[in-house]
Design a protein around this ligand. Structure first.
Ligand code: GLN
Length: 309
C-alpha cells in the first residue's frame, strides 16, 4: 500500500467519526434528500494511480464544479475575448450575489460566481442550439473522465429551473447590459443542466487531471489546453473557487479548488495529483464543510500545498 493510499484511508476514517458535518443544501428537494453522512475521496496521482475511500464511486450533483469545465470550453472558443464579458477578481460575496453587477455594469467579477458562470455558458451557447451546447459540455466531461456513462440528473435540473428566480434575475440583469447574447431562458436552461451533471469523486478527479499536469492528461498524452491556460485556470480556482470562502480555503488547504453546493470539491495539486472530495454538508459560505477539512488534512500529510509544507 502506498503512502497516499494510507493517508486517503486514514482521512476517510477520521471524517466518518466527525459529528459536525454542516448543513445539506435545502433549496431544492433533490439536494435536501442526500444523506449528510456520505463521504467520498479520490486522488489520482501523476502516474494515474487512484487512491479512493468511502463513497468515492457514488455519483453526486457536481453543481458549481461544472464551472471549471465550462470556463475551459469557453476559453477554447473565445480565447482572451472571454475577459470582455467576465472579470477574474475574487468577489468577496456569496455565490448568487447581485450587488456588484450594478456597480460593474453587468460584468460579473469572475467565472465562478453564478453570474459569471451564466455569462460563460452564454459564450458556449452562441451559434448553437441549447441541446447542442449541453451535449458539447457533457461529452467534454465524459471524455475527460473517460466514462461515457456520465449523465445529467434531469430531476435536479428541472427543480433548479422551477426555483431559480435569483439566477433568472442575474441573467436578466446582465442581458439588460448586453452581456448575454442569447435568449435568457436558453442560457439559463444550459446553465441549470450543466450544474445538474452527476459524477463520482473518482470520475471528477480523473476529469481534473489536465489541470494538474500542464494542460494534458499524462496517461494518454492528450493535450486539453496549453500549459499557460492550465496555470491560469488554476489561478482563478485558487482566488475565486470558493466564493467568499476562497481566502480561508487558500489559507487552510493551499490548493486551487472549486466547490459545488452539492458538497463536492475538485482540488488540484500541480504536478502531483487531481483530487475530488464529497461531503454534502455545507458551511456558511456554501462550501463542503468536511470536504475542506479532509483536503486540509491531505495537503498537510502529503506536503502538497502550493505554498510549501
Ligand atoms: N446550481 C446552483 C445555483 O445556481 C449552483 C450553485 C453552487 O453550486 N454554488 O444556485
Amino acid at each position: 500500500m502506498s503512502q497516499l493510499d494510507e493517508v486517503v484511508g486514514e482521512i476517510a476514517d477520521e471524517m466518518r467519526r466527525h459529528t459536525d458535518r454542516g448543513d445539506v443544501a435545502s433549496y431544492i428537494p433533490e439536494l435536501a434528500r442526500v444523506d449528510p453522512g456520505a463521504f467520498g475521496l479520490a486522488v489520482v496521482d501523476a502516474e494515474g494511480n487512484v487512491a479512493a475511500a468511502g463513497d468515492a464511486d457514488v455519483p453526486f450533483s457536481i453543481q458549481s464544479i461544472s464551472k471549471v469545465f465550462t470556463l475551459t470550453l469557453a476559453l477554447g472558443k473565445a480565447g482572451d475575448r472571454l475577459w470582455r464579458r467576465v472579470g477574474r477578481e475574487p468577489s468577496g460575496s456569496p455565490f448568487n450575489s447581485i450587488v456588484q453587477l450594478e456597480r460593474e455594469k453587468g460584468i460579473p467579477r469572475n467565472p465562478f460566481i453564478n453570474a459569471g458562470a451564466i455569462a460563460v455558458t452564454d459564450v458556449i451557447l452562441s451559434g448553437h442550439q441549447p441541446r447542442e451546447a449541453l451535449g458539447e459540455i457533457l461529452r467534454f466531461m465524459q471524455a475527460l473522465a473517460d466514462d461515457p456513462a456520465i449523465a445529467i440528473d434531469r430531476a435536479v435540473a428541472a427543480s433548479e429551473q422551477r426555483t431559480g428566480f435569483r439566477n433568472a434575475a442575474l441573467a436578466n440583469y446582465m442581458k439588460s447590459f448586453g452581456v448575454l447574447e442569447n435568449p435568457v431562458e436558453f442560457t439559463l436552461g444550459v446553465y441549470f443542466h450543466h450544474c445538474a451533471i452527476a459524477m463520482s469523486c473518482r470520475q471528477l478527479a480523473t476529469a481534473g487531471r489536465f489541470l494538474a499536469h500542464l494542460g494534458r492528461n499524462p496517461t494518454t498524452g492528450m493535450s486539453i489546453v496549453s500549459p499557460e491556460r492550465a496555470r491560469r485556470i488554476n489561478a482563478i480556482m485558487l482566488t475565486c473557487g470558493h466564493y467568499d470562502g476562497s481566502g480561508e480555503f487558500a489559507y487552510r488547504v493551499g490548493l486551487p479548488g472549486k466547490s459545488g453546493v452539492g458538497g463536492g470539491i475538485l482540488a488540484i495539486a500541480p504536478g502531483k495529483a487531481s483530487i475530488a472530495v464529497w461531503s454534502p454538508g455545507l458551511d456558511a459560505a456554501g462550501n463542503s464543510h468536511l470536504g475542506r477539512i479532509a483536503l486540509e488534512a491531505l495537503t498537510k500529510r502529503m506536503g502538497w500545498s502550493v505554498f510549501g509544507t
